[in-house]
Design a protein around this ligand. Structure first.
Ligand code: HEM
Length: 402
């Protein structure tokens, strides 16, 4: 089966294609993947994705199989430096890097952020009430995680929208061609310079924030080198807001498209925890996770995959697999059990999951309570999705609130 992962039709609604692949070609060989990265196998069944995430024969580190496809001469340094991030390496390096920051993300530490999230949410809801007609992404879903991760990391207020714009371009690149990537390289370069500037600022002017803590870890000696430091700031800022914005944005759209579920949540606010889990499963804020590389020949769903292949894991597809979720294409905010893979599985399980859940819960609960009659201001098939293959999110979401 051939299909174009960058086509607008696929972006608009990838689920029918994924269903077809799961049934007929669960291990799909893609000859030309985005960014000019060549061939890869796309895995779409729930059980296969789980197997890969639990098995140490699959590595996150492309260097172990001699794959240099992501460090070609024409690639911006920001992209190649990113290879040093915890998400793209295996233990023990992965564990060393994760341990440097994991304390900042435990549920107990995050209790302090609860008040910040509630205040930002309420301020935004007030502003929206005055406007009546809003873009839910720009006016609500984005500023919440952007403010929270920027506060935690110590990004100055004046820089927040700038780095968001550059990161957006970085994500678009992941869904585009090699030519598009080269065309947008200057944006990625600016992003890299921004990280360097932030590091310099916190060396000179230390604060009680994560960038300062990381800069100090680097200065302490051999716990973190400079490329790893940049990669760490990059992954935390990127994962900290470009994912949660989609949980809130896609989640709101899914509720508006399923009014029975929206009303159920409005009438039973105590369902918010299971509603957030179901919205994660159903809307897939992250569509495809970091590629894995098999260190030996393997067989999945009856197909052999040669040693050293690049394997793409379609978690958005796995989360709609009927064998794992009865009536998988239906939104059911009371669904139990709900062993979705929206936060991944295994050693790379999302570090920010408790924070993302807290943000999603506060944002969605207060939104549906504050605007019980909110409505889509465009037809459902007119909403525009972003081009990234890594995340699944809306460009804008025009709604009426009252
Ligand atoms: C709804 C929001 C979010 C979703 C759906 C999400 C999803 C994921 C997924 C699927 C992974 C695994 C990637 C892999 O195995 O290749 C991951 C890893 C990660 N996430 Fe999240 N994430 C979210 C929010 C956040 C937030 C708020 C942060 C905070 C900074 C964060 C930080 C990270 C980090 C650092 C990793 C890498 C962990 C490791 O390699 O050990 N995420 N996330």
């Amino acid at each position: 089966m051939t299909f174009d992962t960058t086509s607008p039709q696929f972006r608009q609604d990838p689920y029918p294609t994924y269903a077809n692949l799961r049934e007929h070609e669960p291990i799909t060989l893609l000859e030309n993947t985005t960014m000019g990265l060549g061939r890869a196998f796309l895995v779409t069944r729930y059980d296969d994705v789980v197997t890969i995430l639990k098995d140490t024969r699959y590595s996150s580190d492309m260097r172990k199989v001699g794959d240099t496809s992501q460090s070609k001469w024409w690639m911006p340094k920001a992209l190649t430096t990113f290879q040093n991030s915890m998400i793209l390496v295996d233990d023990p390096d992965h564990r060393r890097l994760r341990d440097l920051v994991h304390k900042a993300f435990t549920p107990r530490m995050l209790q302090d952020m609860n008040g910040v999230i509630e205040n930002v949410t309420d301020e935004l809801l007030e502003k929206m009430a005055k406007k009546g007609s809003v873009d839910l992404i720009e006016d609500f879903a984005l500023p919440i995680p952007l403010t929270v991760i920027s506060d935690m990391m110590g990004v100055p207020h004046k820089d927040r929208h700038k780095f968001h714009k550059w990161m957006g371009t970085f994500l678009e690149i992941t869904g585009g061609s090699k030519l598009q990537m080269i065309g947008k390289a200057s944006n990625v370069f600016q992003l890299y310079r921004f990280f360097k500037g932030l590091i310099k600022l916190r060396r000179k002017d230390p604060q009680d924030d994560l960038v300062t803590a990381l800069v100090q870890a680097e200065q302490d000696g051999d716990r973190l080198n400079e490329d790893e430091l940049i990669a760490m700031i990059f992954i935390l800022l990127l994962a900290g807001h470009e994912t949660t914005v989609n949980l809130i944005g896609n989640g709101t759209l899914a509720l508006l498209e399923n009014p029975d579920q929206l009303h159920k949540l409005q009438n039973q606010p105590e369902l918010i925890d299971s509603a957030v889990e179901e919205l994660l499963r159903f809307t897939n804020p992250v569509e495809q996770i970091a590629p894995r590389y098999n260190l030996e020949e393997v067989e999945l769903s009856g197909q052999k995959i040669p040693k050293g292949s690049r394997i793409l894991l379609g978690i958005a597809s796995a989360n709609r697999d009927e064998t794992a979720f009865p009536n998988a294409d239906q939104l059911d905010i009371t669904r139990t059990p709900n062993k979705h893979l929206a936060f991944g599985l295994g050693i790379h399980y999302c570090l920010g999951a408790p924070l993302a859940r807290m943000e999603g819960k506060i944002a969605l609960q207060r939104l549906v309570a504050r605007f019980p009659n909110m409505q889509l201001a465009v037809k459902p098939d007119e909403v525009q999705w972003r081009t990234s293959m890594a995340v699944r999110g809306l460009k804008t979401l025009p709604i009426w609130v009252s």
